[in-house]
Ligand binder design. Structure first.
Ligand SMILES: Nc1ncnc2c1ncn2[C@@H]1O[C@H](COP(=O)(O)OP(=O)(O)OP(=O)(O)O)[C@@H](O)[C@H]1O
Ligand SMILES: O=P(O)(O)OC[C@H]1O[C@H](OP(=O)(O)OP(=O)(O)O)[C@H](O)[C@@H]1O
Ligand SMILES: [Mg+2]
Length: 282
C-alpha cells in the first residue's frame, strides 16, 4: 500500500484534497480525520502539518508527500521534488518599510523576522550578509510595527498582506514556490505504485490545462488548420460524408482556445467545438 502525506491545514490543504479527489482517490470526509485508507486504490493518506511533511517523507516512513517547495527547502530534510502541481503559487521575499532597504546589502546588521528560518539563513549566508534572524510562527508582517525586526521575509502572493502592513518588497525574490510532490532523496524512482500515482496527478494537470477541440474544414485548408491545432502528438483527421471536407480533433491549451477558434474560423473552419477533458493519461 502506497503511504502518502497530505497537508491537513492552510493554503495547501483544500487544493491538494481537490486534486487527489479529481485523480480518483478517496479523501477524508471531515477535517479532524488524521488518516484514511483507500482500499480500491491501495493507498493510505496521512493528514499532517504542511511543515512536517518533508520530515516524514525523508524518514522513509511515508513514500511520498504533497507540500510546498518553500516548505521542503526550509526543512532541510533529505527529500526531493518529483512533480510540480501548479497551485499555492507564491514568491518568497524580503520586505520592509518603504525606503529603508534598497538592496540585499542593506540587510547587514538588521534583524529579519520569518517563519522560514532555513531559507533565510541559507540565503543570507550564500550572499555573505551578516544579519540576525528571528523566528515567528506567522503574521510576520506585524513584526516591524511592533519593533521585533526591521525586515521580514515571507510568502507573497497578491501583496495584500504587505500593503495592509504598510510594507514593500525589498530586493529580488528569494524563490518561487508552488505545491509539489516529494519523495525521499534517492528513493526507487521506478516504483510502479509511485509511477501510477504520478501519472494520475499528471492526468489531472493536463485535464485542467487542455480542452478538446473539434471542427470541420475543407481539405485545402487542412495544413493551415493543423498548424493552429497541432495537438500533443498529431490531430485525428476523419473524412466527412460531404466530399472535400474533413473533421479534425486535437487537444489545445485551454487559455488559447478562444483565440484558436477565431483563427480557425478565419481560415474557413466551421462547427468548431471545445469540450472539457475530465481525466487523461498521456
Ligand atoms: N497566500 C498564499 N498564496 C499562495 N500560497 C500560499 C499563501 N500562503 C501560504 N502559501 C503557501 O502555502 C504553504 C504554507 O502552508 P501553511 O499551511 O504552512 O501556511 P498557510 O497556508 O499560511 O497556513 P497557516 O499559516 O494558516 O497555517 C507554502 O508553500 C506557501 O508558499
Ligand atoms: O500576498 P498575499 O496574497 O497577501 O498572501 C501572502 C500572505 O498569506 C500568508 O499568510 P496567512 O494568511 O497564511 O497568515 P500567516 O502569516 O499567519 O501564515 C503569508 O504568510 C502571507 O502573509
Ligand atoms: Mg500562513
Amino acid at each position: 500500500m502506497l503511504r502518502i502525506a497530505v497537508p491537513n491545514k492552510g493554503s495547501l490543504s483544500g487544493p491538494a484534497a481537490e486534486m487527489l479527489h479529481e485523480a480518483g482517490y478517496q479523501q477524508r470526509r471531515e477535517s479532524k480525520e488524521l488518516r484514511i485508507v483507500d482500499p480500491t486504490n491501495e493507498v493510505e493518506f496521512f493528514y499532517l502539518r504542511p511543515r512536517d511533511i518533508a520530515i516524514y517523507v525523508a524518514s522513509g516512513q511515508l513514500d511520498i508527500g504533497l507540500t510546498g517547495r518553500d516548505l521542503l527547502i526550509d526543512s532541510g530534510a533529505e527529500a526531493e521534488e518529483i512533480l510540480a502541481l501548479g497551485f499555492a503559487r507564491s514568491t518568497f521575499r524580503y520586505a520592509a518599510k518603504p525606503g529603508t532597504i534598497s538592496g540585499l546589502a542593506d540587510l547587514a546588521g538588521k534583524t529579519v523576522a520569518t517563519s522560514y528560518e532555513g531559507i533565510v539563513a541559507a540565503h543570507l549566508a550564500d550572499h555573505g550578509i551578516d544579519a540576525s534572524v528571528v523566528h515567528l510562527d506567522g503574521a510576520v508582517e506585524t513584526a516591524i510595527q511592533l519593533g521585533v525586526a526591521q525586515v521580514i521575509a515571507d510568502v507573497v502572493e497578491t501583496g495584500t498582506s504587505l500593503r495592509n502592513a504598510g510594507l514593500e518588497v525589498a530586493g529580488e525574490p528569494i524563490m518561487k514556490s508552488e505545491a509539489v510532490v516529494i519523495r525521499r532523496t534517492g528513493a526507487d524512482a521506478d516504483d510502479p505504485k509511485v509511477q501510477q500515482f504520478l501519472r494520475r496527478l499528471q492526468g489531472v494537470l493536463v485535464a485542467r490545462t487542455y480542452v478538446m477541440m473539434d471542427y470541420d474544414c475543407r481539405v485545402e485548408q487542412l495544413e493551415k488548420a493543423v498548424a493552429l491545432t497541432p495537438g500533443l502528438e498529431s490531430p485525428t483527421v476523419s473524412p466527412l460524408h460531404n466530399e472535400g471536407w474533413v473533421a479534425v480533433r486535437a487537444m489545445v491549451p485551454a487559455k488559447e482556445a478562444q483565440r484558436i477558434m477565431d483563427d480557425l474560423y478565419d481560415i474557413g473552419a466551421r462547427a468548431i467545438l471545445t469540450t472539457a477533458i475530465h481525466a487523461c493519461r498521456l
